[in-house]
Design a protein around this ligand. Structure first.
Ligand code: NDP
Length: 238
C-alpha cells in the first residue's frame, strides 16, 4: 500500500475524481466532506471516509490523526474543498462572502496546519492547494470568490517558501472552468445562465479527470521537483 493521501471535498467533482485516481495508484486515503454517504458510495479500498466540515479545525485534525493511526503518516494533502457563490457585489448577501471565505481560505489554512508539522518532522510531503484561474485574474460577479482564490495563491507560495527546506512541496493548482456541481451554489439565476452560455461559447469546460491527471503528474515527479503552480483551462477559454 502506498502512503496516505488526504483529499478534502471528495464527495463530488474534482475531489471525487482525485480519490479514484489515487486509489487506483494504490494509496491509502482519507476522504473528507460533509456528505459522508457520497464518500462511502465510492467504496474504495484502504480508505477512511469522514464527515468533516473543513471550517472546524478540531474535526479536521481529529480525522487526520485517526487516519494516520490506521494507515501511517500523511504524505500528500489535497486541499480541494471549495465553494463558489457568484454575485454582483452590491446585491450579494454578505453571508455568501463569509461562506466562501470560511471554506476556501480558513478551511485550506486548517488543512495545511493539520499536516505540516508531521511533514516537517519526516522531511517529506506534498500539499496541493486548489485555487482557480479566478485566483490569477478578475471576472465580473466573482469579487469575493476571486479574493478567496488570490488568497489561496498567496498563502500557498508563502507557506512553500517556509517549508521547502524541509523537502515539502506546496503546489497551487489553478483550473479554468470545470464541469462539476460548483456553479450550483450560486443563488442568482441570471448569473448561472450567463455562466452556462459562456461555457458553451468557449467550447465547453474541462472535465474533473483533466485536473486529476495534472495533479497525479505533479505528485509523481521526483520529490526534488516541485511544480509550484499549474494553470490549466479548456483550450477555448480566454
Ligand atoms: P464541487 O462542488 O463538485 O465540489 C466541492 C467539494 O467541496 C464537495 O465535495 C463538497 O462536499 C466540498 N465542501 C464544500 N464545503 C465544504 C465544507 N465546509 N467542508 C468540507 N467539504 C466541503 O466543485 P469542484 O469539484 O468544481 O470544486 C473543487 C475545487 O475546485 C474547489 O476548490 C473549487 O473552487 C475549485 N475550482 C473549480 C472550478 C470549476 O469550474 N468547477 C474551477 C476552478 C477551481 P460536501 O458538500 O459533501 O461537504
Amino acid at each position: 500500500m502506498k502512503p496516505l493521501v488526504v483529499i478534502t471535498g471528495a464527495s463530488s467533482g474534482i475531489g471525487e475524481e482525485l480519490a479514484k485516481h489515487f486509489s487506483e495508484a494504490g494509496h491509502a486515503l482519507l476522504l473528507i466532506a460533509r456528505r459522508l454517504e457520497k464518500l462511502e458510495a465510492l467504496n474504495l479500498p484502504n480508505t477512511m471516509c469522514k464527515r468533516v466540515d473543513v471550517t472546524d479545525y478540531a474535526e479536521f485534525e481529529a480525522a487526520v490523526k485517526e487516519a494516520e493511526e490506521k494507515y501511517g503518516p500523511v504524505d500528500c494533502l489535497i486541499n480541494n474543498a471549495g465553494l463558489m457563490q457568484l454575485g454582483q457585489f452590491a446585491d450579494q448577501d454578505p453571508k455568501e462572502w463569509i461562506n466562501m471565505y470560511d471554506v476556501n481560505v480558513k478551511g485550506l489554512m486548517y488543512g495545511m496546519k493539520t499536516v505540516v508539522n508531521g511533514m516537517m518532522d519526516r522531511k517529506h510531503g506534498t500539499i496541493f492547494n486548489i485555487s482557480s484561474v479566478a485566483g490569477k485574474k478578475m471576472f465580473p460577479n466573482h469579487s469575493v470568490y476571486c479574493g478567496t482564490k488570490f488568497a489561496v495563491h498567496a498563502m500557498s507560495e508563502a507557506v512553500r517558501e517556509e517549508v521547502s527546506s524541509h523537502n515539502i512541496r506546496v503546489i497551487t493548482i489553478a483550473p479554468g472552468a470545470v464541469e462539476t456541481e460548483l456553479l450550483g451554489h450560486t443563488t442568482d439565476d441570471e448569473i448561472i445562465s450567463g455562466y452556462e452560455d459562456w461555457k458553451k461559447a468557449i467550447g465547453g469546460a474541462l472535465k474533473p479527470e483533466d485536473v486529476a491527471n495534472s495533479i497525479m503528474f505533479a505528485y509523481n515527479q521526483p520529490q526534488n521537483v516541485c511544480l509550484r503552480e499549474i494553470v490549466l483551462t479548456a483550450t477555448g477559454q480566454q
